[in-house]
Design a protein around this ligand. Sequence first.
Ligand SMILES: [Zn+2]
Length: 250
Amino acid sequence: MESKKISTDSSVFIFNELETYKTNVFLIERKAKVFLIDTFCGTDSMNLIKGILSKKLNKEIIIVNTHFHWDHVWGNCAFKNNLIISHKLCRKFLDKYWKQQLKQNKKYILGNVEKVLPNFTFKEGIKFENEEIEIFYSPGHTLDSISIFDHHNGILYAGDNLEKPIIYVENKDIEIYIETLEKYLKLKPKKIMAGHTIYLNEEDIFKTIKYLEDLRNGSHIQFESEYMTKVHKENYNLINEKTNYKKFNI
Ligand SMILES: [Zn+2]
């Protein structure tokens, strides 16, 4: 795991333990509160971060789950006594699919994993006014996806809605996904961070919208790598078949 500063008061922790992609956990520190975005794969993966947080004695630690996928929530059990924020649907999906996700991805557990669901949910959005942190519903990659906009630094945290070299589409509603990406453009973010990719830009949003339109229209697309072709095929199958959440065969 490596960590990097992304602004004066925020950093990213990049985990390399999963085979095909890196996974990011973000920390935003303000005067009275610290926000931790996603919790990766279990108690051990959160040890170093817990160590850092334990030194911030007078600050409230708030956890945010961007969506219900296992690689973003299994470390929740390291923060049982904290506020854990997610969309209403995220809590619902996690409750429903917890066992299944655990069974199918057991080999990635780092330390212990215990079922700890978000304890503070919302439907449209919430704003921590003093901290200038807005958390809003942004369906796309999944139906429960949320994003975080740090108004102070102009940083957008997009969860898995953006990813390079190609996004995983795990929900059939392409129109709603495009609407979310258009909303991102309106925010005019200075920096964009995502669950598996850091430092994306406006151009990447435009490219993702174009990809989604091509996917929806069944257009022929030429890809640069086998990996992209494979993910695209999976995306195509998902939106054209009756399966949902292909990653987990749910
Ligand atoms: Zn995901």
